[in-house]
Each structure stands twice: as C-alpha cells, then as structure tokens.
Design a protein around this ligand. Structure first.
Ligand SMILES: [Ca+2]
Length: 152
C-alpha cells in the first residue's frame, strides 16, 4: 500500500518504516520517564520554599529523558540484538531509530509543556501525576491496539 515506507502496516515493515507501533511505545516511554525524573522538581517545589529548592529544572528532566531514549536505541541495536531479543531479529533502520528517539523527545516535551502550564496555576503536583499516568495508560491502549492491527 502507498505510504508503507512511512508507516509500518505488516510485521516485516516494523523497525524499517519511519513509524510503527513501537513508536507509540517510545511516546509512552518519553512521558513516563519524564514523569519519573520530574519528581526531582515537583517534590521540592511543593514545599514552602517553592521552586528555589528544586533539584532539577524541567529542561534538565527533558534532556535526561532524551538521553535515556538515545541510550535505549544503542542498547537495543547492539546488546539486545546480539542476544536475539530484538523484534523479528533485525536491526532498526536508521530512519526508524531516529524517529524512535524523536517520539521519546515529543512525549517528554508534552509532559514538560503540561507541567509548565499546570504549575503556573496549581502548585500541588498531584493533578500533574494523575493526568500524566492517565495519559500514559491511554497511549498504552493505542500501542496495544496498533500492535494488534499490525501483528494480527
Ligand atoms: Ca528502536
């Protein structure tokens, strides 16, 4: 089908096209890793002294998350590949690998924007984590459905 080079529709295209169901997994990962490391911002922020106490600014949380995304691709396409743990035992194409990292970066950036907007009006971190976790679960649902439509 036209567009297969861009979006994987069959198992043989997974990891080769720019986008496949694992892209959504990377989006989830970006959101979830950002949520986790942002604890170093939100916990001190919610104390009396406010943002002057933060251990890690949110831009640094974003950079850590993207760095983990890059490390994951290195690990996945070297060690996990050698161990035979990679999907259908083939390496990601360069375009797929780069898009995976971009999806992590976009997921993390969406959490960053959300945190930035929310903390302007509401200094408690709870709504941020409640909606953040709901967001991860919704995208996991998209991942599972897309995985099912690709693999059958
Ligand atoms: Ca990958």
């Amino acid at each position: 089908m036209i567009g297969n080079w861009f979006i994987a529709e069959i198992p043989g295209e997974v990891g080769q096209s720019y986008i496949d169901f694992f892209s959504i997994g990377h989006l989830c990962g970006g959101i979830a890793i950002f949520l986790f490391f942002s604890l170093l911002y939100t916990i001190p922020m919610s104390k009396e002294e406010g943002t002057s106490q933060v251990y890690l600014p949110l831009w640094a949380v974003w950079i850590i998350t993207v760095a983990i995304g890059i490390l994951w691709e290195l690990l996945e396409n070297t060690i996990l590949y050698d161990l035979g743990l990679k999907f259908e035992f083939r390496l990601d194409s360069l375009q797929n690998l780069v898009m995976d990292i971009i999806f992590v970066a976009v997921g993390a950036a969406s959490s960053w924007v959300f945190a930035h907007l929310l903390f302007r009006y509401h200094k408690s971190p709870w709504p941020y984590y409640v909606f953040g976790i709901i967001n991860v679960i919704l995208w996991l649902g998209v991942f599972v459905i897309w995985r099912y439509t690709t693999l059958g």
